[in-house]
Each structure stands twice: as C-alpha cells, then as structure tokens.
Design a protein around this ligand. Structure first.
Ligand SMILES: Nc1ncnc2c1ncn2[C@@H]1O[C@H](COP(=O)(O)OP(=O)(O)OP(=O)(O)O)[C@@H](O)[C@H]1O
Ligand SMILES: [Mg+2]
Length: 252
C-alpha cells in the first residue's frame, strides 16, 4: 500500500522555488532516505508533509486522503510523526512525563489535560510510555529531569516522543546532527532496531552517506527542489550523475 504520495508538489518562498514539482511515494514498510546538498529543499519537503508549511501548488496524500489544509495535530493523529524537533522535549519534566505526554497527545490529539478526568485511560498511557522508554533504552532514566540528560539521550528521548504517538510514518530530519561519533552510532543502532522490531515506515534526511546506505531501502536525491534520482542504495552508488554531483567532490 502507498502510505504517502506527493503530487506535483511546489513550494515557493518569494521567487525561490524550494520544492519544484516533487512526486514522491512512500510504500508501507519502506525506509526512504532523502539526500542532497545544503538548500536542496529536504527540510522544506518534510515541513510540507507535517503541515508546518502550506504548499504553493500540488497535493499530499496520506493513506489515500489529501492532507493539504489540515492542521498539524490532525496529521499527527492520522499517523505522521516527526522526530528531532528540539521543541518536542519539556526540559523541566522527567523523562517518563515526557513520554506520557506524547502518549496522551496521541490519544487526545492535543494537550487538553482532559486525562485528569479519565483516570482509567491513564493505565494505557503509563504502559505505552514504559514500552516507549524501554524501546529507546531510557527506562533506567525515567525519573531524571529531561534537562539533565546528555545530548545523545535527549535525541533518543525525541525519537521516543515521536514513537509514543505510534505513528505509521516517522519523519526524521538529520537525527545525528551535532552528535559525537558514539552518540551517532547508538542512534543509528536505535533506528535499525526500530526498523527491525517495529517494522516502522520512515523517511530520513541524513548527510552521512554511510548511515544512508546502511539504513535505506530507497534513496531519493534532491537538488534545487527537484528529485534528480532515486533508487536502491546500490543503484544510487552506481549512478554516475549522482556520483559526480554529490558523492565525488561534495561531502554529503
Ligand atoms: N521559511 C523560509 N523562508 C524563505 N526561504 C526558505 C525558508 N525555508 C527554507 N528556505 C529556503 O529554501 C531552500 C531550501 O531549504 P531547506 O531548508 O529545505 O534545504 P535543506 O535541503 O533542508 O538544506 P540543509 O541540508 O542545509 O538542511 C533554501 O534556499 C532555503 O534558504
Ligand atoms: Mg534541512
């Protein structure tokens, strides 16, 4: 089944065409990486999908339904979640509270705090938060204040927050940016674990080609807002144009 499909998607910022007639499909259970030089339009594409930005032209369908015009929280409820929004962590709360809020938001669609009147559903939220923290290896740190976590663990908590919403599609924009080599390694291991154990569909934006080749089923190459190539890691490795433009001189 096609989970996500963009149709002639265009985003202009004034005279700049950041997304230029993009037709992207993501199948259920597929892991797609988007690569391309700085300013290619990778983040813009993701922000269009999460409804942080309105397209200038074109359509975005999720599970066969157009999501253009919907609110960002509606899209989350439909099953699209984005990790690595630094704003997604409440630093003054504990790790567990962060996971619980994410689980609640997935149920209620917003932080309505209605849950205080619905105690029976709290058990579900507690269990879901426990499972999530276990999945990202943070159960042992559940009672720590989020602000006190080392950087790499904060990023793992962000993945946890995205996963607690039980998304059908997880979007990740440069998850390893700013991480030490050790933190990068453990985050990539975590993404592989999520891929293996949860069978989750994801779209990853990543500059590190080693990670991209290791994690993706399919790679989409963006340049100046356009898709200039797509294929399996082997196809992209063997694509002369991509090689020349990106994998040769430019450090992706
Ligand atoms: N809100 C905005 N207003 C105006 N121009 C923008 C805005 N967001 C992005 N752009 C421009 O759109 C183009 C694409 O930017 P985008 O952030 O999508 O690129 P990217 O591929 O994610 O780059 P990077 O690898 O550096 O993260 C760039 O030229 C950028 O300057
Ligand atoms: Mg970007």
């Amino acid at each position: 089944m096609t989970l996500l499909k963009t149709d002639g998607l265009v985003k202009k910022f004034g005279g700049l065409v950041a997304t230029d007639d993009v037709n992207l499909s993501v199948e259920e259970n597929e892991r797609v990486s988007i690569i391309g030089p700085n300013g290619a339009g990778k983040s813009t594409l993701v922000n269009l999908i999460t409804r942080r930005l309105d397209p200038t032209e074109g359509d975005i369908q999720f599970k066969g339904e157009s999501i253009v015009g919907r609110d960002p929280h509606e899209v989350v409820q439909m099953g699209i979640s984005k990790s690595f929004q630094t704003a997604s962590i409440f630093s003054e709360l504990t790790v567990r509270e962060n996971a619980e809020i994410a689980a609640l938001a997935a149920e209620n669609g917003s932080f309505g705090f209605k849950f205080l009147q619905h105690r029976e559903s709290l058990t579900g939220v507690h269990d879901r938060a426990t499972d999530t923290l276990d999945a990202v290896g943070l159960l042992g740190q559940a009672d720590r204040t989020a602000a006190d976590l080392p950087y790499g663990d904060k990023r793992r908590l962000e993945i946890g927050i995205a996963l607690a919403a039980e998304p059908d599609l997880l979007l990740m924009d440069e998850p390893t940016a700013g991480m030490s080599p050790e933190e990068t390694e453990s985050t990539v291991d975590l993404i592989e674990e999520v891929k293996r154990e949860l069978g989750l569909t994801f779209v990853l934006i990543e500059h590190d080609m080693e990670i991209v080749f290791r994690i993706s089923d399919r790679i989409v190459v963006l340049n100046r807002g356009q898709i200039i190539a797509e294929g399996t890691p082997d196809e992209i490795r063997g694509d002369d144009e991509v090689q020349e433009a990106y994998l040769g001189g430019v450090d992706l």
